[in-house]
Design a protein around this ligand. Structure first.
Ligand SMILES: Nc1ncnc2c1ncn2[C@@H]1O[C@H](COP(=O)(O)OP(=O)(O)OP(=O)(O)O)[C@@H](O)[C@H]1O
Ligand SMILES: Nc1ncnc2c1ncn2[C@@H]1O[C@H](COP(=O)(O)OP(=O)(O)OP(=O)(O)O)[C@@H](O)[C@H]1O
Ligand SMILES: [Mg+2]
Ligand SMILES: [Mg+2]
Lengths: 217, 217
């Protein structure tokens, strides 16, 4: 369902050319659970942003369900991002002036849901934050931020879950609960892609893609 | 050298009272290496901010070298923070409009150093970022952010290093390099306090303080 063909992403800093992705090919089938591993700075987040339709490659193609997403209109891309994909960002990206509940509600409001508040509350209870609904990000611990970001990614019940280091700020028990949650979703047919630095999380996935200097090895 | 006596920290949200620290007593000797562990939301970062003189307890005392820091003037507190303590924040807290080099240079400029740029460059090379000196935070990966935050905490050569989850975004190799760096500093007499969710990091420390619901157990 997700296919990358010769993806290239280049950043320029003055005269320096940085090949964040240097020709990446891969295929992920519907319902798979895949881990992406690799050293810091190797291109994992860059790849996730392209798969998540948040960024375009400089060359190469990304295909979702066989269709080249670079042919999509801006509206169709936004709809894919909002309804088909749930993205857990490495740095969470919560809106600082909204409470946890309002942050998680937001994707449902965009999608036009009428029961957004109830579903958002449920998602936060699932990650153990039922007692923190009305806290703003500045009033939450690091691991609580991370769990709000996870709840927000899952609340729209997306087909594809992209999680960029979802357990980095969680103690082992909270981390296991999150992995169990992903397992349940995977058992229901959701496609799960997890970038992780944790061996236990990576080994938990049937398949692993290793990235090094912008290439898959 | 660091002593906490019955530290209490309370947050109010409307009528809800949150006991982030609920009477914490502990002592850390000069030159020790101590890990602080505990579930997400248990009060670890709150405790670190009080130890680092970034925050005051609501009751109880923090003593550095036997002196109650609540008796210090604002100037003396700032001087302690700048020269005696190096703090690695859980969410890095880099200044977004400065490059990596400028971010790391900043504490040295405050302290009046004339060789700030050279020392900052060296600190960044030590954490493997010699090739990223002129990138701003938005142009760095998550683990690169974390390593800039570590370099900044160490560049003033502080007596006390407080690291709040310093390896959460690092692959195992980069994480080991950071722990080796802390070991070297500890061998030279620096006091090291590390909040961590990683078992391997915690077991690496001769002593561990476990926090649960704002109390040490
Ligand atoms: N400004 C605030 N207002 C209200 N509650 C707060 C505030 N800051 C922190 N808290 C609460 O205090 C508790 C302790 O927070 P703290 O950041 O110390 O946890 P932690 O142990 O560092 O967690 P983590 O491992 O997730 O980083 C949390 O439950 C958090 O929700
Ligand atoms: N806007 C940018 N401008 C210049 N270089 C960039 C930019 N964004 C990312 N980079 C560089 O691209 C490389 C890949 O970044 P990316 O965030 O994908 O790494 P990563 O594998 O996710 O790392 P980590 O494990 O540390 O999160 C890094 O070396 C980074 O410095
Ligand atoms: Mg990353
Ligand atoms: Mg914390």
């Amino acid at each position: 369902v997700i296919r990358g063909e010769n993806l290239v992403k280049i950043y320029w800093l003055g005269e320096n050319m940085i090949r964040a992705l240097d020709g990446v090919d891969f295929e992920i089938c519907a319902g798979e659970k895949v881990a992406i591993t690799g050293p810091s700075g190797s291109g994992k987040s860059t790849l996730m942003h392209i798969i998540g339709c948040l960024d375009l490659p400089d060359s190469g193609r990304l295909l979702l369900g066989g269709e080249d997403v670079s042919t999509y209109s801006e509206n169709r891309l936004a709809s894919v991002r909002n309804r088909r994909i749930g993205f857990v960002f490495q740095s969470f990206n919560l809106l600082p002036r909204l409470t946890a509940l309002e942050n998680v509600e937001l994707p449902l409001l965009y999608a036009g849901n009428h029961d957004a508040k109830d579903r958002a509350r449920q998602a936060l209870e699932t990650v153990g934050l039922g007692h923190r609904l009305h806290h703003e990000p500045a009033q939450l611990s690091g691991g609580q931020h991370q769990r709000v970001a996870i709840a927000r990614a899952l609340v729209t019940n997306p087909d594809i879950i992209l999680a960029d280091e979802p357990t980095g700020n969680l103690d082992s028990r909270a981390g296991e609960e999150v992995m169990a949650l992903f397992d349940t979703l995977n058992a229901h047919g959701r496609t799960i892609v997890i970038v992780t630095h944790e061996q236990l999380v990576a080994q938990h996935c049937p398949r692993q893609l290793h990235i090094h200097d912008g290439k898959i090895r």
